[in-house]
Design a protein around this ligand. Structure first.
Ligand code: F6P
Length: 558
């Protein structure tokens, strides 16, 4: 029976009843193993997999049944997911604490379709920025844009942090095979000047272009790096009047950009309805267009739009981001997983985990609901991981045999862009083998038989066997891309954006604010003043630990 058919049989329930029903179902199915589920259903792979926007998702290696899915879909409906999805698409102010719409999906919409926010169609502004970006990036890439002494630009340094860094940095790395032959793109984020100096060491100011990317243009790290970059240019014979050839900006803050001294003709705006961690689709993505060309950037947008169309229109039971989100909720809130491991089996996707970490944890790392009441259930999990096969030699031991466990999202690409076929075969074989091993495990009986066949003595078998047992029954998803091209990369990133949205909607949190980063920023400003004055201010009332650390750093010459 298909999921859709089962779903039609269920009467509507409120969200609380759905949570309770799922808890009961979880207890009743506790003893079920995935081995049994596969053994009892020859079509499990076909039934628990789907394609969307060119991506393929296999979610069959999860500890769930048709009834689990049906109950999770009921929970989604009872949580108002369909209305919340439409509210986001239509530009309603769903970021309630900042009174903002959430419209990163508008950035990748076809220009011909109007989208009115606050009485104004936002699409012409989006189109104008994209046209300006094309003109700018074409000039830099074809050598028309020159440095102050007439040299071509050979190096772009993108200065930004958080969402103004991670998304474009990840996309540039992922699309490395599309890069311009003579233009290198670098990223600097950390206020630790080792980051900036390491990049600047190899660069020549006369052929370097800095892009200062900050939605607010007040972020401490970015502004400090931007000022140091400016000084580096001036100290290295770039005349102040010529700085406009070496600096561009992306921001909502026109006055801030002007005050910094960047020519506003070199400024590309974004809007308050673009959240930082969703901003790579806006002009914040300019390094992608500089590195790979504007056509590639447009393809990235097209791939994301294809996933948007799927997300907004497909029924929940056949909706890839929805299913991924619901499986995540099942693993987190019912089976007890507190983390999710991201394992991209492609070297160029090695920063996927970094990008998803901010996307997911800054969005859903919340403990109150939209009305300000404490959540009674866990919200966003810890996101972590690194590229396969490297991770296999680091933390996969923990995944297979640790006392804790984490669901894994394997992401692989069918066709490589190199010709070393054997490497790619080995890469994919390892990816598929890991999810198989996590799911099947190896029982004590199987281990003992294996050791006996290998001629081990009974005593050795007793001693060794417990160490070689794999509990198995550990869930994973596998996402396959046919190629790592801009279209499928766009679809992949959008898939996770929508997954995060769906989970936030079901947990009832505001996925689009980030108040949790504020307190540390405020305290850092105070402490930095004390460090500059070389003494702790008694009015700061630091705890003894913080005071001790500041004093020790000062005493030792910080
Ligand atoms: O880390 C907090 C944060 O506000 C992120 O949400 C944001 O992406 C980042 O700082 C950078 O902000 P901005 O683009 O304004 O410099």
């Amino acid at each position: 029976m298909t999921v859709r058919k089962i779903n039609e049989l269920k009467p509507p329930m409120d969200a609380r009843s759905c949570w309770n029903a799922l808890t009961l179902h979880c207890n009743q199915t506790e003893a079920l193993t995935m081995r049994q589920l596969f053994a009892s259903d020859d079509h499990r792979f076909q039934r628990y997999s789907l394609e969307a926007a060119g991506l393929f998702l296999d979610y069959s290696k999860n500890r769930l049944t048709d009834e689990t899915l049906q109950s999770l879909l009921q929970l989604a409906r009872a949580s108002g997911l369909e209305d919340k999805r439409a509210a986001m698409r239509d530009g309603q102010k769903i970021n309630t604490t900042e009174h903002r719409a959430v419209l990163h999906t508008a950035l990748r919409r076809p220009w011909s379709e109007a989208l009115v926010v606050d009485g104004r169609d936002v699409m012409p502004d989006i189109r104008d920025v994209l046209l300006r970006l094309r003109a700018f990036t074409d000039k830099v890439r074809n050598g028309e844009w020159r440095g102050h002494s007439g040299l071509m630009i050979t190096d772009v340094v993108h200065i930004g942090i958080g969402g103004s860094d991670l998304g474009p940095r990840f996309a540039c790395e992922a699309l490395t095979t599309y890069r311009h032959e003579c233009l290198r793109v670098h990223f600097v984020a950390n206020v630790d000047a080792h980051d900036l100096h390491t990049v600047l060491t190899d660069l020549v100011p006369a052929s370097t272009l800095f892009v200062i990317a900050s939605k607010t243009f007040i972020t401490m790290e970015t502004m400090m790096n931007a000022h140091t970059a400016r000084t580096w240019c001036l100290d290295n014979d770039v005349p102040e009047a010529e700085l406009h050839r070496h600096f561009a900006a992306v921001s909502t803050n026109l006055e801030g950009v002007r005050a910094f001294g960047i020519d506003v003709d070199n400024m590309f705006p974004l809007w308050d309805w673009v959240g930082g961690r969703y901003s790579l689709w806006s002009a914040i993505g300019v390094p992608i267009a500089l590195q790979c060309g504007m056509d590639v950037f447009m393809e990235l947008l097209a791939g994301a739009h294809a996933m948007d169309e799927h997300f907004f229109n497909a029924p929940l039971e056949a909706n890839m981001p929805v299913l991924l989100a619901l499986i995540g909720i099942w693993n987190a809130n019912f089976l007890g997983a507190r983390t999710v491991s991201i394992a991209p089996y492609h070297q160029h996707l090695q920063l996927l985990g970094n990008h998803l970490q901010q996307l997911d944890m800054e969005s859903n790392g919340k403990s109150v609901n939209l009305d300000g009441f404490s959540l009674t259930r866990s919200s966003g999990p810890v996101i972590w991981g690194q590229a396969g096969t490297n991770g296999q030699h680091a933390y996969f031991q923990w995944l297979h045999q640790g006392t804790e466990w984490a669901p894994v999202d394997f992401v692989a690409v069918i066709r490589p862009t190199h010709s070393s076929h054997l490497h790619h075969e080995a890469l994919l074989a390892n990816c598929f083998a890991q999810s198989e091993a996590l799911m099947k495990g190896k029982s004590l009986d199987e281990v003992s038989t294996e050791l006996r066949t290998a001629g081990r003595s009974a005593e050795e078998i007793d001693r060794l066997a417990p160490h070689k047992v794999f509990p198995g029954n550990r869930p994973s998803n596998t996402i396959l891309l046919p190629y790592l091209d801009p279209f499928h990369l766009g679809a992949l990133i959008a898939l996770y954006e929508h997954k995060v949205f769906v989970q936030g909607a079901i947990w009832g949190v505001n996925s689009f604010d980030q108040w949790g980063v504020e307190l540390g920023k405020v305290l850092a400003v105070k402490i930095q003043k004390e460090m500059a004055a070389n003494q702790v201010n008694p009015d700061s009332h630091h705890d003894a630990s913080t005071q001790g650390l500041i004093e020790r750093a000062l005493r030792l010459g910080a």
